[in-house]
Design a protein around this ligand. Structure first.
Ligand code: DAH
Length: 338
């Protein structure tokens, strides 16, 4: 019977060796280790043996079982390794991966961040104010009389409450002076709204950056130096900057600023980029009245202010000819700034 066990073991190992796929291996396992296996049949006959022969057969049966299950395990592993090897055949693990699409900053954000960075170096702090404004903050406190064209229904978005969407970021000048004492040196980037006909250079929502500096001895030459520095940092050291007399209700004197720039493929020309001027004493008086004190005494303080279009800046910087591209979210356009 011990020889029988050895024979079964030999048969089993041959069957396992011949199994070329997993199903055949499973078949061999069921046949040689399952309930109806010849080893089990042999074990059932053990009780007919004399007691002294039982241990020998027991040992032979155990050995056979162990050998078969080891062989099954080894063969299974071999088949698995072979399958793994074919599945990665032709795979070049040194090949660079396909690039994942990644987002990028909007050109307006890039230009706004640069403008802020430059002005921070000159000591300006960031300030903010609401986009839904009162007429007082947007117009009255800025010396803009009731009959000024900017206040027309056809120019401004009014709410029934009498509030409006701010037509410029200059309202942040008022908001800041109401809460802070001089000296004040702030910039306020943000959206502004006008009932403009939409075309290649106009949107009804656009972006500005306002600046305000109020102290005891702020001069026009400070304004000029600051803005020249700014536009040269923005567009290059040699950029020419021109101050053209203009009128704004909240500054006196007032100027429009042009920079001479070469738009790609064109002759250099003067392009208007901002408005500015020395804060009108009437603005200080309106602030004092609103604060109920004399913190902005027009006889002791002077200041300058400026406001520039950020969309315009981005268009100049990148040679964008249609402002609508800035709001259309077309990734073919936006991905160029990645
Ligand atoms: N608020 C003006 C506009 O929207 C721009 C401007 C002009 C702002 C002169 C100023 C300034 O602060 O002093 O057209």
């Amino acid at each position: 019977m011990t020889e029988q066990a050895a024979q079964i073991q030999t048969d089993a190992l041959a069957a396992i060796d011949a199994a070329s796929h997993e199903a055949a291996l499973e078949e061999a396992r069921v046949k040689f280790l399952g309930k109806k296996s010849p080893l089990n049949a042999l074990a059932a006959e053990m009780r007919n043996l004399p007691n002294e022969d039982k241990p020998k057969l027991g040992a032979a049966l155990n050995m056979a079982r162990q050998a078969i299950s080891n062989a099954l395990e080894t063969s299974k592993q071999k088949l698995q390794d072979a399958a793994d090897a074919t599945s990665v055949e032709g795979l070049d693990v040194t090949m660079p991966p396909r690039e994942l699409p990644s987002g990028s900053l909007h050109p307006l954000t890039i230009v706004k961040d640069r403008a802020i960075q430059i002005l921070r170096r000159l000591g300006f702090a960031l300030a903010d104010g609401p986009e839904i404004e009162t007429e007082f903050h947007c117009f009255d406190a800025l010396n803009t009389p009731f009959d000024h064209p900017a206040r027309n229904d056809s120019d401004t978005f009014y709410f029934d409450s009498g509030k409006l969407l701010r037509t410029h970021t200059s309202s942040v000048q008022v908001r800041t002076m109401e809460k802070q004492a001089p000296p004040i040196k702030i910039i306020a980037p943000g959206s502004a709204y006008r009932r403009d006909e939409i075309d290649a250079t106009h949107l009804s929502v656009f972006n500005q950056l306002e600046g305000l500096y109020v102290d005891s001895d702020v001069r026009l030459s400070d304004l000029k130096g600051t803005l020249e520095f700014f536009y040269r940092a923005m567009f290059g050291d040699k950029t020419e900057v021109r101050f053209r007399p203009h009128f704004f209700p909240f500054t006196e004197p007032s100027f429009e600023i042009d920079v001479k720039l070469q738009v790609r493929g064109e002759e250099p020309k003067w392009i208007e980029v901002a408005g500015c001027g020395m804060v009108d004493p009437a603005v200080f008086s309106a602030i004092n009245e609103s604060r109920g004190d004399d913190a902005f005494d027009p006889s002791k303080l002077t200041g300058y202010a400026f406001g520039m279009g950020l969309d315009r800046l981005a268009m100049i910087q990148y040679g964008i000819r249609d402002i609508r591209l800035l709001i259309e979210n077309d990734t073919r356009f936006l991905s160029q700034f990645a």
